[in-house]
Write a protein that binds this ligand. Structure first.
Ligand code: G3P
Length: 224
């Protein structure tokens, strides 16, 4: 099943978008929470209220040593939600995944900028990999090639790991990545909204309405 996430900590945005799209859960990071000015103890219940019991939350550790990341991840995993713990894909983060997988904690490896870095995380046992599409592109690298290589490696080695690409700045980037067959994606609210709209749609609908009124004034379709 495809998992569509919103990369936000704003419950109002989640509610607005979830009304028209099948939101599987939410991804956050320390910058997103800082921008929202709210911590996990506030936003997790707010968003669960919106999405329901089945909502999945990807929440990131802020610790900076392997031991502290592991301890923080254990605490996060015990919160009363469907939690995937996000760990930055650094050398100390990779060491943390190895320990956390032994404890059967669900892990997303975040801040992936290269296929080799993501492959290491997958081998260490990450459940999800989050390549940073736009950040890769602005560095002059090719996010499509990197995500494609990662998907290939996951398939070749039958790794139990999903790609969850993040960091999008336009819908073309989203479609280029979706075309690769990834199992999940996380979108900022503005890009999620753009996925549903096109400037030609409303004019087309307006013409349908006018034509209908001209021919069948006041009637609904089943009354015609
Ligand atoms: O989840 C990671 C994502 O939030 C990074 O996105 O827009 O800061 O590059 P961005």
């Amino acid at each position: 099943m495809f998992e569509l996430y919103l990369d936000t900590a704003n419950a109002q945005e989640v509610a607005r978008l979830n009304a028209a799209m099948p939101v599987f859960g939410v991804t956050t990071n320390p910058s997103i929470l800082a921008k929202e000015g709210k911590g996990l103890s506030t936003i997790l219940p707010e968003i669960k209220e919106v999405l329901g019991e089945q909502a999945r939350f990807h929440v990131q550790v802020v610790s900076t040593t392997t031991e502290a990341m592991v301890a923080e991840a254990v605490q996060l995993s015990q919160l009363p939600y469907d939690i995937v713990v996000k760990i930055p894909t650094t050398v100390i983060g990779l060491a943390a995944i190895k320990q956390l997988k032994a404890k059967k904690i669900s892990i997303l490896e975040t801040a992936i900028y290269s296929a080799q870095q993501g492959f290491m995380a997958a081998l260490c046992g990450a459940d999800y990999l989050a390549p940073y599409v736009n950040r890769i592109d602005v560095l002059g690298a090719n996010s499509v090639n990197i995500v494609s290589d990662l998907q290939l490696l996951i398939n070749q080695h039958n790794l139990n790991c999903k790609l969850l690409p993040a960091s999008f700045k336009n819908t073309r980037q989203v479609m280029d990545i979706l075309r690769l067959g990834v199992n999940s994606i996380t979108l900022p609210s503005d890009i999620a909204e753009q996925m549903m709209i096109h400037p030609s749609v409303q004019p087309a609908v307006d013409v349908f309405s006018q034509d209908w009124q001209d021919a069948f004034e006041g009637k609904l379709a089943y009354q015609s």
